[in-house]
Design a protein around this ligand. Sequence first.
Ligand code: PEP
Length: 249
Amino acid sequence: MRRYYIAGNWKMHKTIAEASELARRLKDQLAGTRHKVMIAPPFTALATVSQVLEGSNILLGAQNMGQAEQGAHTGEISVLMLKDIGVSVVILGHSERRLIYGETNELINAKVKLALAHGLEVILCVGETLAQREAGQVDQVVVDQVERGLSGVQEIGRITIAYEPVWAIGTGKNASPADADAVHKVIRQTIARRYGQAAADALIIQYGGSVKPENAAGLMAMENVDGALVGGACLTVDSFVPIVEFDRH
Ligand code: PEP
């Protein structure tokens, strides 16, 4: 049976007490899941959630990371600090980081390499804006983001790619399963060209953008959709658990 990878990006939500409570309930309710699950609380709650998740199969993720190991980088969080509190996955290149905070492919690539060098897993987010989609540039934009995000990366065993069309994030409009699958296929072909077919076949490609309990199974039924990166719907047990357990409901 196919094992999927479902990740929850909590973004700038939850106090420490709220995060702790949500993590505790997820740990209980997802104890028997056969899928790979990751949650990425805000930085302030990582240490507490790390303790809550002890003994659980849920991985702890960070939503971002600084591009340097340490030093004069006011306001940044280093890979060493993340590892210190039990983080094993980092989300990089999220469209909110690209569009609101001006992160470039070059910066994201530096972070990807630093995270990998320190043994973290990476979820590299890519995706087109509505204007780029309407201009027929989807494949070109996504391939460029994948290639530049992974520039100089030799080994992609610890990389997951999340295809997140920007127009679908937090809008309630998800890409149709067929549209998502078509872009995922292009991503897989890009990886096959660079790393070979076996690596491309093994690559997990998540879809992100208004995933909810009602559309999860349809998306996950597609050949090239291997999981989901979930935003809004990961903030409650009632919506995140049915997404992770989409094949049981
Ligand atoms: C996201 O920001 O990664 C995301 C997919 O958000 P949402 O599920 O709310 O669209």
